[in-house]
Design a protein around this ligand. Sequence first.
Ligand code: GTP
Ligand code: MG
Ligand code: NA
Length: 345
Amino acid sequence: AAVSEDNLRSPICCIMGHVDTGKTKLLDNIRKTKVQDAEAGGITQQIGATFFPVEAIKQKTAALQKTMNLQYKLPGLLVIDTPGHESFTNLRSRGSSLCDIAILVVDIMHGLEPQTLESLRLLRAKRAPFVVALNKIDRCYSWKTCPDSPIRDALAQQNEHVIREFEDRAKKIMVEFAEQGLNAEVYWRNKDLGRTVSLIPTSAISGEGVPDMLMMLTKLTQERMSKSLAFVDILQCTVLEVKVIEGLGTTIDTILVNGSLSEGQTIVVCTLEGPVVSTIRSLLTPHPMKEIRVKGEYIHHQTIKAAMGVKICAQGLEKAVAGTQIHVVGPDDDIEELKDAVMSD
Ligand code: GTP
Ligand code: MG
Ligand code: NA
C-alpha cells in the first residue's frame, strides 16, 4: 500500500544499556535538563519518556547539515529512557517492546557488559535497528573539550595519542561485537547501514558526538522505516505507571504508540481488580524536551496523536497494571468483549 509521507508518526527510540553508561545523562545533554542529578543513587528506576520536536532536532544537528544534507520528514522523536540496573529486566523488556529504533549505550572505557548483552538480545529478538553510542569519550586521557561539537570536528582538535587511544578502544569494542555475531564500525566509515552497526562516540557531559547521534537516528528512521512509521488510526497505548498528583488525583502515565486519544472517550483499563471502564477526564503531556517521569507543568490536549508520552486523568485507575494496553470503546464496540480483551493482554 502507498504510504503517505506527510502522515508519519514520530518514531519511538528506546535508550538501553548497562547501568551507569550515561543513558539519562545523554538525554539530559540534549534536553539541557538535570534529571539524572535528582535520581536516587544516580540510578534510573522507571521508564521515562521525552518528546523531541523536529525543530529541536534540526537545530541540534545544524552543524552537520552541510555535510549530511538531511531531510526532515518526521514530526519528532519520542525517546524512552530505561534503567540499566540488572534488577530491571522487565522494564528494559517493556521499553524495547515499544520501540521502533534504539540507542545502545556502551561506556567506551568498559566495552560490552552484562546488561549490554541482555539489551542486545532484546533488540535482536525484536529486529529493531539500533545505533551504538560509545559514551564517555571525554575520559580518553587528556581529551580537549569541544562542547556540543560534531565528533569528527572534536577528534580533529585532539592530540595524536588521544586519537590512538580512541581508535584502540573502538577496535576492541568492534571485536566484542564480532564475538556476538555483529559487524560494527565507526559510523563515518560504515558503508553498509543495513548490515553493520554504527558506533557513534559521544560525551554526555560535554556533548561531543550528540549532533551525530541525533543525525544518525534521523537518517535510520527516515531512510529505512518510513513504511512502519505511517500513522494508522488503531490505538496502541501502554500503561507505564500509576501516579497520584496533587490537584489531579490518580493519573496514569502511558506511551501512546499509535493512533490517537481524545478527552471524553470511554476507555477500558486492566487493573488488579479486573477491567475498569472509565472516561478520559483530561489528557496531559509534559512540555516538549521534558521528561514525563519528572513532576512539572503539563500541557492539556483535547486530542493527541502518536507517538507521545501521555498522562491520562480518569477515575478508577488506582490499580491499573503497568505494561497492559488501554482500549477505547468505539460506537460499535461491545463493552463486555472489550473487558475480556483488556484482561487477556
Ligand atoms: P542507569 O539508568 O542507572 O542505568 O544509568 P545511566 O546509563 O542512565 O547513566 P547515568 O546517566 O546515570 O550516568 C552514570 C554516571 O556516569 C554519572 O555519574 C554521570 O555523570 C557519568 N557520565 C555519564 N555520561 C558521561 C560521559 O559522557 N562522560 C563522563 N565523564 N561521565 C559520564
Ligand atoms: Mg539512567
Ligand atoms: Na545511573
